[in-house]
Write a protein that binds this ligand. Sequence first.
Ligand code: NIG
Ligand code: FE
Length: 419
Amino acid sequence: MSESLAILNCSQVVTLAGPGRPRVGPEMRDIGIVAPGAMLVRDGLIGNVGTTAEIEERIDADTTVVDAGGRVLLPGFVDAHTHPIFAGTRVDEFEERSKGASYQEIAARGGGIQSTVNRTRAASVDGLVETCRRYTEWFLRGGTTTIEAKSGYGLSLEDELKILRAIKRLDDETALRYVPTFLGAHSVPPEYRARRGEYISLIIDEMLPQIARQKLAEYCDVFCEQRVFTTDESWKILSAARCHGLGLRMHADQLSLSGGAKLAAELGTITADHLEHTDADGIDALKKARVQPVLLPGSVYALGSSRYPAAREMIDAGLAVVLATDFNPGSSPTPSMAMILSLAATHMKMTPAEGITAVTINAAYSLNRGDQLGSLEPGKVADFVIHDCDDYRELAYFFGIEHAWRVYCGGTNATDLHG
Ligand code: NIG
Ligand code: FE
């Protein structure tokens, strides 16, 4: 017998129903609101969306009924850029930055990413899984039901495999869905600084083949930046990853205009992420190559910068913009999509509706899951959230709080699963 669940009396059901592809230009403002509304779920999939009266007609004696009490119903957030597997924190460096030190200065003297690498190398896979369960709860409590999760704090074959195995375990053992990305090219570790070519060979000849063989990642990412990986090095690594069947993502133009967006366009990566320094030519190149920008205002905010990416220009150029947290211990220690929606509206002049599109359906497409996730349409996976407000715009407007009231993954209440 089929199991059904009805969510009744929503002030708004924000469906994101629309064409079966990422949304561009004015489509990003059309978020398919049914108000007031209700939804029926069958066997973990979305059944129907309609008025409460219409959904009530489809209810039988076995249907579990949830009264949303005039709250807002949305798809679960899809966070398409995170670095969630790390040991320790960087609170010491955070305090130094509060006194004026810069992120780059701290990195140059062996802190930054390297300090997290040292601690992550010393952790076991079990230890990492336990640490990261806490972050999993944070994501779920904020209404995020899927995250893309990057490795990148191991930087050796064994430690990168360990991180990717921790991601697999968290995906299997928790309600949050994880999409794994290999980011061995996050930094050149100190033991290879004088022979960086050998580290790139290690990535290409050893890490990528093993990761592909063990099916531990769907995507490969590179931190393409001055003094990190050059465009030539990034090209080599991403081209090799493509030969192993991995999808391509890229950290591009985050701290300087370093040719990242143009390289992403040349390679036809699925996403180009950050883009704080990308110019009009870069935007044009991304548009022609249909690369999705993944914009990360949390890292701009947390680094104390005011250089936000040119979201308006990107939307107006017709790019299918995505917003994500960039959750990591250094530049963006937040798992909160509500915070990202607030920053996007206040600093990037994205409307609340454009923000919602960017954290749901467009994000799902950027992870090759647009046919299953990111909207409340019949047949899709029932990952949805009831938010404690009566207008979806409050998600971006009231900031510094989490709005999620009940979080469902595959039709199951994940709010209860994690206490
Ligand atoms: O996306 N840019 C590179 N990686 C992260 C920062 C990682 C860290 O500081 O630990 C980012 O901002
Ligand atoms: Fe990042």
